[in-house]
Write a protein that binds this ligand. Structure first.
Ligand code: AMP
Ligand code: ZN
Ligand code: FE
Ligand code: FE
Length: 279
């Protein structure tokens, strides 16, 4: 079985790629995808480590998107990482993330002894995709909260006065770009209501029209009714149905392999890849 959604410390996971891959091997999974936010930087190391551990590796990326003020995550599998129209958009989001994080820190600094330097100290290196998790880590370092999860609940939630929406790529455009780059776009946790607003049905249909390849149905944040609706949509539109953990190391309670994807689905996914990356 496969876990198709994991994060390393290239974005907001807490482990370096090698450690993550070693853990995948120890967990008994036969393969996995590395899906760091807005970055493909871990692909080479992950591919090499996977080979050493005899694991099947699918390169992936979780693209930050935004639709009418709603945050949307699109998983991209095995796209050509050198396809400029996509990489330029994603690089733009990474830069915008810095401004947004700085602005959030400015707001927080009115009530907490937090500084931009302290947030910087929480990231593995300057190329890390920065986000709220690193601000959360700074709040933990200050002793303001005990964990990332507590920071997200009590201080960094979308409803909080410190929260600033992350401007990002339109999801339909992202779907088209991933396709053009030969990858397979899969909508991440589409019915994760606990995170805030999710895409309405009509917007998901638009993504299907744009070339969406699959739905991440089995994810801990999707509601039961949401899953049932997604399964119906997948059957009607011939979309892949994936299951994944969204593992972030110690940063989230999600356990590696807690939801899985079958080898048959992975095979079908590979057959939809046109970048040549998996040949
Ligand atoms: P951002 O993209 O900067 O708005 O931050 C949201 C990201 O934080 C999502 O991708 C979540 O997966 C991630 N995250 C990491 N750890 C946690 C946590 N403990 N609780 C909630 N979200 C988390
Ligand atoms: Zn994350
Ligand atoms: Fe996500
Ligand atoms: Fe994720």
């Amino acid at each position: 079985m496969y876990d198709l959604h994991t994060h390393s410390n290239i974005s907001d996971g807490t482990q370096p790629v090698d450690q993550l891959v070693a853990q995948v091997a120890a967990s008994g999974l036969s393969g996995f995808a590395l899906t760091d936010h807005d970055s493909t930087q871990g692909w080479e190391r992950a591919a090499q480590a996977a080979q050493e551990h005899n694991l099947d590796f699918i390169p992936g990326m979780e693209i930050s998107c935004s639709w009418r003020g709603i945050s949307v995550h699109l998983l991209s599998y095995a796209h050509n990482p050198a396809y400029q129209p996509l990489t330029q958009e994603v690089e733009g989001t990474r830069q915008a993330r810095l401004n947004r994080a700085r602005a959030m820190v400015d707001r927080l600094a009115e009530d907490y002894p937090i500084s931009w330097e302290l947030v910087q100290e929480q990231v593995a290196d300057p190329t890390t995709t920065l986000g709220r998790p690193h601000i959360a880590d700074a709040l933990v370092a200050l002793g303001a909260v005990e964990s990332r999860s507590q920071a997200f609940k009590q201080i960094l939630a979308p409803s909080s006065p410190y929260y600033i929406h992350q401007p990002a790529l339109d999801p339909a455009r992202a779907v088209e770009l991933v396709r053009a780059a030969g990858g397979v776009p899969v909508l991440a946790h589409p019915r994760a209501a606990s995170r805030g607003k999710t895409l309405p049905d009509e917007a998901i249909y638009q993504l299907v029209d744009a070339g969406l390849g699959g739905l991440e149905v089995y994810h801990r944040d999707n509601s039961e009714e949401g899953r049932a609706w997604l399964l119906k949509l997948a059957a009607a539109e011939d979309l892949l149905v994936t299951g994944s953990s969204d593992y972030h190391g110690a940063g989230k309670p999600n356990q590696l392999g807690e939801n899985q994807t079958s080898p048959e689905t992975v095979q079908a996914l590979k057959e939809r890849v046109t970048s040549g990356l998996l040949d």
